[in-house]
Design a protein around this ligand. Structure first.
Ligand code: NAP
Length: 239
């Protein structure tokens, strides 16, 4: 049976690349987006032009009602592969960040993973097969100064991944990809000297491309990866 992947935050960056690559690998593709409708429709059109089925659904992953609506709107039968990729970054010092800044980052980057997983997990369990892949960050383990909320949210994603992998591993594998610095719009505001320091500390001597994360996700989604569960797979060039 044809596999179906739902990629949250599939309109841009890493999620967009995963949509194209999973489509090319034979999956039906559903992308979720929040604000970037035009970019999401470009992904749909690009896949449709290659005769790959793709649906785009708008929903803010931090809002439980919108996530429920998204689950009602999915086409292609059921989702067997969920990639929790939607995320936002926020730069600021803890001492000057507002409570709203913290809530927004935790809401999208951590609660969003919990809400979307909760919406799609029951079908995976009743169908006896599923793959959940959470996109985490190297800052979860190292901590990024000026990104306390983001680092905490991603550390939470790692914990959620490990815990859920113990709850449902018999049917559904749950893994995370610990992404290093990847060239997307998310890093547009990172100063050049900080980028240089990261490359300098990365043994492969480059920053990552969205394809690097997409490749790791395809590997974890593969039916043959059934003994990989609760893993935090580093795709960070060895940083
Ligand atoms: P990006 O280029 O900024 O794209 C972010 C995506 O998330 C967009 O498609 C955006 O959709 C979506 N999104 C944001 N808020 C959302 C919400 N509330 N509900 C639904 N979708 C939402 O970022 P990226 O670099 O591709 O990042 C993708 C994931 O990788 C994130 O979880 C990020 O934390 C993680 N990551 C990135 C890096 C990096 O260096 N880039 C490193 C480690 C981990 P709209 O534009 O439609 O709102």
């Amino acid at each position: 049976m044809k596999r179906t992947v739902l990629i949250t935050g599939g309109s841009r960056g890493i999620g967009r690349q995963m949509a194209l690559d999973f489509g090319a690998a034979g999956y039906n593709v559903i992308i979720n987006y929040n604000k970037s409708r035009d970019a999401a429709m470009e992904v749909v059109n690009e896949l449709n032009a290659r005769e790959i089925a793709c649906q785009a659904i708008q929903a803010d992953v931090s809002d439980s009602d919108q996530v429920k609506r998204m689950a009602d709107e999915v086409m292609f039968g059921h989702v067997d592969t969920l990639i929790n990729n939607a995320g936002i970054a926020h730069l600021g010092l803890l001492q000057t960040d507002s409570e709203q800044d913290f809530d927004r980052v935790i809401g999208v980057d951590l609660k969003g993973v919990w809400l979307v997983t909760r919406a799609f997990l029951p079908d995976m369990i009743s169908n006896g097969f599923g793959r959940i892949i959470n996109i985490s960050s190297f800052w979860a383990e190292r901590g990024s100064s000026t990104e306390t909320a983001y680092s905490a949210a991603k550390a939470g994603v790692n914990g959620l991944t490990k815990a859920l992998s113990r709850e449902v591993g018999e049917y559904v594998t749950v893994n995370a990809i610990i992404a290093g610095l990847i060239a997307t719009e998310m890093n547009d505001r990172v100063p050049p000297d900080a980028l240089f320091r990261i490359v300098d500390n990365t043994p492969v001597r480059r920053i990552g491309k969205p394809e690097d994360i997409s490749h790791a996700a395809l590997f974890l989604a593969d039916g043959k990866s059934s003994f990989i569960n609760g893993a935090l797979l580093h795709a960070d060039g060895g940083y």
